[in-house]
Structure formats: structure tokens, C-alpha cells
Design a protein around this ligand. Structure first.
Ligand code: SF4
Length: 689
């Protein structure tokens, strides 16, 4: 008995899936996972997990794992040694930099990888390769939320913690489906609503699970959230329900902002959004009557032409009602990936050093130049979207991408994949031979989180450590080791022995991480940035000051940008998003038996009205056609969607039903986040059933 027990290892890890940041123990023996056991000490989830955290780990031992570097020879890939592969990558990158200039290369980082790995990757791009052309997948999701918050309150993170959301008197959810996308967080809201009298309003096209439970479900027309948010704010001001003292003491730009709201009357909002006036008045009244309000939002807000402006409107509404700077209040963009917050925080962004300090700021740049002993590029780099454009224009010739299925998750993938074809040299580093890897010249095998050490930052800005359960499989390596090997081949003298050394450097350089250290993060400990030099962290932001030099917030006028519509021929609106069971493109969850057993196939949600009209039933096979491509998928008839609205989960087991065969290259005006949610299609019935 004791022999058996001693061979069982228990290792703390942080979930590799969503931004909630659950942590738990993995029980393992050899290379087998025996069970996933959450512990009461876990700061976010305690003894809870969702189905992905519990059952989504088979991929680690999948036979499809990459175990050797691969080099393209004509149409085939052949196995290579690390020496051969890295020598080739170093030689090519160096050669292209010399021939075409540093800005002819693009670097795409990973929100699945650790803070330390993202820190090293941006250091590699900036200090070794000499460009700011580095970005991560927040460009596909929450960049507009970050930009909206940076404009208004000055810090691009959640205002408080999940504990604050659970303790609010009113939670307003806009364009998000937390019960499936952020399940353990949603459980806290469900409990507070059911047992503790918390009020809940959900604004969403779909009748998702939280919408079904809500006190009020607002059903706006697609792409009109800004209008009803502005109208509710105006109504609150017209009633004199604003927090006058808060506005006087802590907010700039009040008069100009109020002026800008003139056109957003209830009548106008009802006309544009389709939400009855009475429901808008009820929303305003509920906000007025609640002492503490939190607003949560996600891709339903951000993935539009005006995603940044709608995010700004959310922050404006909270400022007008004084719902910032106290526990149980504030703005909460729900981060998607386990480490999408951290990837941006640690500097894989074209205009920011780690901790959101601008690359254009002389003082900041010279701090990094001194520390790294190089001169750094001054000009902000290109983002993901601009990199794809620049490849098509012949300005970018080479790309290095790790842990990102860009060829499937970017919008308009026919266009993106055509760009990959044009690259002179493309390095893809991943756990699997992804669909993006098919376009690569060199594929480097990386180790997933269970095979390395590091930290992830969840949606609350909470930094947590994870520890290695297994050795890297085959010859795969942690991403940070690969970057170091490559940097040293290109003349650097990096000498990191452990991810803790990398965090130490980040803490030394970026003021918001000043007091972050592996020692302070040992075991179940965690820290929410900003962390001062004494290790004091910040669960609730803005208690004293907003993130601007004068400490005051800025109410920001915005204009509504109507959603893109391609023309009458495309008569149906196609929405997309997550499922509880699968994660994003599905590369990990489709390789996990328990999950695939439960949900083996994707489907298209069709309303009963539309199904009737087209004479189709559950299981019918349809072809969706947009101006950009086509996808084939089976139908599920459900009243979760209404009328001419369709819903297709974004998980794609194969390219045939990939939603991004249909999406366009249009994007948010400010951040270039694709307008994934403004998609119109026509539907052709292939088999009616
Ligand atoms: Fe993982 Fe998110 Fe599920 Fe928690 S809620 S177990 S972090 S996927």
C-alpha cells in the first residue's frame, strides 16, 4: 500500500483552458494522470472545476504529439535534430534581417504559454531581432476591452476579483456566455443570484444559460450594444441618478461627455436595438437601486467594428454611477485563454513593453536598453492583422509563431492561409502538428504546461505558479528553453536556468511587477498586479487613483458604428462562440477522450421558426456561404436562437465546418480586432433529414 502511494505524485497546476484560472492537484503515476483533485486552498475555485479542467488532459499523452523538430523538404516534412533545426532557423532569421531589414519579420506569441515565455519572446523579437512586430491573440478577442479601459480608467485589467463579482448587488453581463466560457466564475454568479439575492441582467443575442436565469434578458439587434448602453446612461443622468460626488472628485470630461449623449434617447435606442423602452428603463432603475454594480463582457461586445467604443461605453456607465474603486464594483472584461491576460501584461504587444509601458517612451526604452545592452526599435510594430496584410503586400517575408492556431482562429482564414503560402520562411512551434504548421518550413516541438514550470495570469490579474507533472515528451522542450537556445545562436548570452530567473528580470524592469517573485508565489500563493516592491498586491483597482498622471478617470464620448452587412443576398446573421466542453479550435479537447465522447461533433443552432420555413430538422446538413467562403455543418434546432439568427460554435474538428471560412477581414477601428460577430450568410440545405 505505502509503496503504491509513494509512486503517486501530487502536483499543483493551473488550468490550461480558460481565463478563470482554476488551480488543482494532478495525481500522476509514471506518465498517467490518475485524477484531477481541486483543493480548498485554490484561491479562485476552491474545490470546483469545470469539465475541461477535470477531463481535458488526455492530449498530453496523445500519440499525435510532436516529439521531434521537423524540417520541410519540398512537400514533405522530415525529422531533424534540434541542432539542425535551430541552426537553420537562426541562419534564416539572420539572413532575412540582413537582406530585408528587421521589420520584414513578424512574431506571434501564445496565450497558452507562460508569462516567462511571453516575456522572453518579446525580448527575442525586440532585443535580438530588432523589431516591435510582436503580438498575441488578445488581438482576436479582448484588445478592444483593454483599449476602452485604457481610455477611461487608465488600466487595462479587471477592476477587482471574482470574489467582488460574486459580492455585487447587481451583475450586468453584456455579450458573453460565462456559463460555458467561464464556467467556474459563472457558478459563483449563479449561487449569488439564487441564494444571496444578487440581481442579474444579461444582454445577449442568445438565450444562454445565464440569460435563462436572469431577472432581465435584453435581446438587442446584433452590433447595437453601444446604443442601449448610452441610452441607459443618459436616462440615469436625466433622472439625476448619477453619483455627483464621485464625478466631481474623481472624473474629468463630464460636461463634454453629457453633451455627446444627446441623440441617445430611449426612443432612438428602442428603434435601433429593438429592446423595448420599458426594459431599458428597468435596466437603468436596477442599476440605480443597486449599491454595487459589476459589468462583465466578452466577445459579443469586442468583436465588432466599434468594439473599443462599446467597451468604452461600459466604463462610462460605471463611472457615471460611481461603480469603480470599491469592492464589489467595476468593469470585468472576461479574458478567454488561461494566459491571454499575462501574454499582454508581459509585453507581447506591438506598442507596449511589459506592464503596458509604451515603446515610444524614451525613458522606458532606455531602461530596457540599459538592462539588455542593445538599442531598441522606437516605432510601434505591426499587430496580427497588419502582419497578415504586410505579408500580402510583400513587406513581411518571415514569421515565427508559437502556440497559436492562427491559420484557423484568425478571421477570413482563406486570406490568412494564402498569406502563409507567400512567406519565404515560417517557423511554427507547437505541441501538435497544427493546421498552421502545415504551412511552416520548420516545426519545433514544444512542451505543454504539465511538462514545465511557470506562471499564468488569470482574468483577475492574478499571477499563479504551475509546476511540472511530467518530463517533456520525446524531444519536445519548454518554449522558453527553445527561445534561449535560439537567442544564443544569434549572438546573445542568455543564461536563464529556471523560469524564476526570467520573472526576476521582468520584476526588475516593469514597475507593476516590482514585488513579484517565485518565492512569494510558492504553492497556492498568488499575487494580483500591480505588486509593489514590498510584495503588496492589488485585488481592487482605483481605490485611491485611476491610472492617469492626475489620478482622475476620463469620461469619453463615443459614436456608434453600425455593424457591417454584406447585402441582402446574405439574409441570416451568424453568431459564434464557445461551448462548455470544447475549447476554441479544439486542438486540445478533441484529443481528450472523455470530452470527445460527450460532444463528438460540432453543430449549427437554428431557430424553430427558421427550421420550419426551410423544412429542415435536427441533423440536417447545410452549407453556409458568406462573401468570403463556405462551411458545411449539421443542424440542431433550438430556441436558444431566434428568427434569422444562427449560432456556430467556434470549435472545428476539421476545416470543413470552421467558422472562420466565413468571417471577413473587417475589424474594430481602434485595435484591428476582427468583427467575427458581424457575419451574414446564406444557408443552402444539402440534406433536409
Ligand atoms: Fe479550467 Fe476555466 Fe474550467 Fe476553471 S473554469 S477548470 S480555468 S476551463
Amino acid at each position: 500500500e505505502s509503496m503504491r502511494k509513494t509512486r503517486i505524485q501530487r502536483t499543483k497546476t493551473v488550468c490550461t483552458y480558460c481565463g478563470v484560472g482554476c488551480s488543482f492537484e494532478i495525481w500522476s503515476k509514471g506518465r498517467d494522470i490518475l485524477k484531477v483533485e481541486p483543493q480548498p486552498e485554490a484561491p479562485v475555485n476552491g474545490v470546483s472545476t469545470c469539465v475541461k479542467g477535470k477531463w481535458g488532459w488526455d492530449f498530453v499523452n496523445s500519440e499525435e504529439r510532436l516529439t521531434h523538430p521537423l524540417i520541410r523538404r519540398g512537400d514533405r516534412f522530415v525529422e531533424a535534430t534540434w541542432e539542425e533545426a535551430l541552426d537553420l532557423v537562426a541562419e534564416k532569421l539572420q539572413g532575412m534581417k540582413e537582406t530585408y531589414g528587421a521589420d520584414a519579420l513578424g512574431y506571434i506569441a501564445s496565450s497558452k504559454c507562460s508569462n516567462e515565455e511571453n516575456f522572453l519572446f518579446q525580448k527575442f523579437a525586440r532585443a535580438i531581432m530588432g523589431t516591435n512586430n510582436v503580438d498575441n491573440c488578445s488581438r482576436y478577442c479582448q484588445s478592444p476591452a483593454t483599449a476602452g479601459l485604457l481610455r477611461t480608467v487608465g488600466i487595462g485589467g479587471d477592476a477587482g476579483t471574482i470574489h467582488d463579482i460574486a459580492g455585487a448587488d447587481l451583475v450586468l453581463v453584456v455579450g458573453a456566455n460565462p456559463a460555458e466560457s467561464h464556467p467556474v466564475l459563472a457558478t459563483r454568479v449563479k449561487r449569488a443570484h439564487k441564494l444571496h439575492g444578487q440581481k442579474l441582467i444579461v444582454a445577449d443575442l442568445r438565450e444562454n444559460e445565464l440569460a435563462q436565469r436572469a431577472d432581465l434578458h435584453l435581446h438587442p439587434r446584433p452590433g447595437t450594444d453601444l446604443v442601449w448602453l448610452a441610452a441607459v446612461t443618459k436616462y440615469i443622468l436625466d433622472q439625476g441618478w448619477e453619483d455627483r460626488e464621485f464625478l466631481q472628485q474623481r472624473v474629468n470630461g463630464v460636461d463634454e461627455y453629457i453633451e455627446s449623449l444627446q441623440e441617445y434617447t430611449l426612443d432612438y435606442a428602442e428603434k435601433v436595438t429593438g429592446i423595448p423602452k420599458e426594459e431599458l428603463i428597468r435596466t437603468a432603475t436596477m442599476i440605480h437601486e443597486a449599491k454595487n454594480v459589476c459589468i462583465l463582457w466578452a466577445m459579443g461586445v469586442t468583436q465588432h467594428l466599434g468594439g473599443t467604443d462599446t467597451s468604452t461605453s461600459i466604463a462610462n456607465l460605471l463611472l457615471v454611477t460611481g461603480n469603480f474603486g470599491r469592492p464589489y464594483t467595476g468593469a470585468y472584461p472576461l479574458r478567454g485563454h488561461n494566459n491571454v491576460q499575462g501574454a499582454s501584461d508581459f509585453g507581447t504587444m506591438p506598442a507596449w513593453f511589459p506592464g503596458y509601458e509604451p515603446v515610444q517612451d524614451e525613458e522606458v526604452r532606455s531602461r530596457y536598453e540599459k538592462a539588455w545592452g542593445v538599442s531598441l526599435p522606437k516605432k510601434p510594430g505591426l499587430n496580427n492583422h497588419q502582419i497578415v496584410e504586410a505579408i500580402h503586400d510583400g513587406k513581411i517575408k518571415g514569421m515565427y509563431l508559437f502556440g497559436e492556431e492562427m491559420g484557423l482562429v484568425d478571421s477570413n482564414i482563406n486570406y490568412v492561409q494564402a498569406a502563409f503560402e507567400k512567406l519565404d520562411f515560417f517557423v511554427v512551434q507547437d505541441v501538435f502538428f497544427s493546421r498552421t504548421a502545415q504551412f511552416a518550413d520548420v516545426v519545433l516541438p514544444a512542451a505543454p504546461s504539465l511538462e514545465k514550470e511557470g506562471t499564468f495570469t488569470n482574468t483577475e490579474r492574478r499571477i499563479q505558479r504551475f509546476y511540472p507533472v511530467f518530463e517533456p515528451l520525446g524531444q519536445s522542450k519548454p518554449d522558453w528553453e527553445i527561445f534561449q537556445d535560439l537567442a544564443n545562436r544569434l549572438g546573445a548570452d542568455w543564461n536563464y536556468h529556471h523560469p524564476g530567473d526570467i520573472m526576476e528580470e521582468a520584476a526588475r524592469l516593469a514597475p507593476v511587477f516590482a514585488g513579484v517573485s517565485y518565492k512569494r508565489l510558492e504553492g497556492w500563493n498568488s499575487l494580483l498586479w500591480p505588486v509593489d516592491a514590498n510584495g503588496q498586491d492589488t485585488p481592487v483597482l482605483y481605490t485611491e487613483e485611476f491610472g492617469f498622471p492626475d489620478g482622475k478617470a476620463r469620461l469619453t464620448p463615443v459614436d456608434w458604428t453600425p455593424p457591417y452587412e454584406p447585402g441582402e443576398e446574405y439574409d441570416l446573421h451568424l453568431n459564434n462562440g464557445r461551448l462548455l466542453e470544447h475549447f476554441h479550435e479544439g486542438n486540445l479537447t478533441y484529443r481528450s477522450a472523455g470530452i470527445t465522447h460527450k460532444v463528438p461533433n460540432p453543430w449549427l443552432e437554428v431557430s424553430p421558426e427558421l427550421a420550419d420555413k426551410r423544412g429542415i430538422k435536427d441533423g440536417a446538413l447545410v452549407r453556409l456561404v458568406s462573401p468570403y467562403g463556405a462551411a458545411k455543418v449539421r443542424v440542431m434546432v433550438t430556441n436558444h436562437v431566434k428568427g434569422r439568427e444562427l449560432y456556430l460554435p467556434m470549435n472545428a474538428q476539421n476545416d470543413e465546418h470552421a467558422v472562420n471560412r466565413l468571417t471577413s477581414s473587417y475589424h474594430d477601428k481602434v485595435t484591428h480586432t476582427p468583427n467575427y460577430k458581424e457575419m451574414h450568410v446564406r444557408m443552402e440545405v444539402l440534406e433536409a433529414k
